[in-house]
Design a protein around this ligand. Structure first.
Ligand code: SF4
Length: 341
């Protein structure tokens, strides 16, 4: 697909928002309004079904961030139809990225995956795929399948990393180590698939320094998207038990805004920012309860960066690793590292 011509417009985004919103990237890239449709394909997760672990990550209440999990099962085609009509009506969306969001969306044999992905792509208004998964749940065969879609579609894979620190990953029962993530990234960089990475800020026992080490490591990897979440405690999770025992604290909104600003300053300015606040649905939330809306928190992050006189990438320096990246994705072709505004 055609690459983004960006130098001026990215500069405009950084001037306006102080970071590079994915929504602006989509507006620039496509001549029509593109939204994501979140899908639940019925996959489970190897960290819940016993293959890697049981119980899942201590914070995992997939129902709380994937609302369609708790709804009666609809086929992918039906979910696309429903999502399209909602997004068209509510946001005037015209085309769609099918977002395989719930649980681990590469956790099946390649023939099964093909059926699900192609059911989504069969809709004439679907112009892309975004596939959320764990880094230990990917292999060359699956990546080769996903890579075949990059010729005609806008394709992303979203890896849950959360932290680069093995001690933290163990503490939250992620069921994989940092090395799995590095291996997955290296394998994916041989393809044309865009990579988005999920990180959680405020994980138990992590210091600001630990989180910034995660930012620096992610910045080096030649990725194209980042999603930041705050740690929240949801009902019916192991984390909730720890929280009520007094062993876990959550961030207040001002601490979180500071951490996000620090994090973004370390991330290259051409990495699209796809999320800045975790998402949970009403009744599930125990802590933190913030009064500000998601839009309000995003505005606070912009204001904080303005106050500092910095922006995304202000403290990022190009490394040899990034320059030598073999990634062929359409975003990476447009990578640049200096910014003036
Ligand atoms: S990897 Fe995702 S779905 Fe699996 S246990 Fe962790 S948070 Fe839940």
């Amino acid at each position: 697909m055609e690459k983004l011509s960006v130098l001026k417009t990215q500069s405009d985004y950084l001037s306006k928002y102080r970071f590079f919103p994915f929504s602006e990237y989509l507006k620039e890239k496509f001549p029509f309004k593109v939204h994501k449709i979140a899908l639940h394909a019925g996959f489970t997760c190897p960290n819940r079904d016993g293959r890697v672990g049981v119980g899942g990550c201590t914070y995992c209440a997939n129902e709380s961030f994937s609302p369609n999990v708790k709804e009666p099962y609809l086929s992918i085609k039906e979910q696309i139809q429903k999502g399209k009509s909602f997004q068209k009506q509510r946001y005037g969306a015209e085309k769609f990225i099918a977002y395989f969001q719930s649980f681990t969306n590469t956790y099946a044999d390649v023939n099964t995956l093909k059926v699900y992905y192609e059911e989504a792509l069969a809709d004439q208004d679907v112009i892309g795929l975004s596939i959320g998964t764990r880094p230990d749940c990917i292999n060359e065969e699956t990546l080769n399948l996903i890579n075949t879609y990059t010729e005609k579609y806008h394709v992303w894979i979203e890896y849950g990393l959360q932290s680069i620190h093995d001690e933290t990953l163990k503490r939250v029962n992620r069921g994989h180590e940092y090395k799995s993530f590095v291996d997955a990234i290296n394998l994916t960089k041989k393809t044309c698939i865009n990579i988005c990475v999920h990180v959680i800020l405020g994980l138990p026992l992590e210091t600001c320094d630990d989180m910034m080490k995660t930012a620096d490591a992610v910045a080096e990897m030649g990725i194209q998207g980042i999603k930041l979440h705050h740690l929240y405690v949801a009902k019916n999770t192991t984390l909730a038990e720890e929280y009520f025992r007094g062993n876990v604290k959550t961030l207040d909104v001002h601490e979180y805004v500071q951490l996000v600003a620090d994090f973004l300053e370390r991330i290259p300015p051409d990495v699209t920012v796809q999320r800045l606040v975790g998402d949970t649905h009403g009744n599930f939330l125990i802590s933190p309860v913030w009064k500000a809306s998601k839009a309000g928190i995003t505005a606070m992050i912009t204001q904080e960066l303005e106050k500092r006189g910095t922006c995304q990438g202000a403290h990022y320096t190009v490394s040899a690793l990034t320059n030598n990246s073999s990634q062929k994705s359409d975003l990476n072709k447009s990578r640049f590292h200096t910014m003036e505004f």
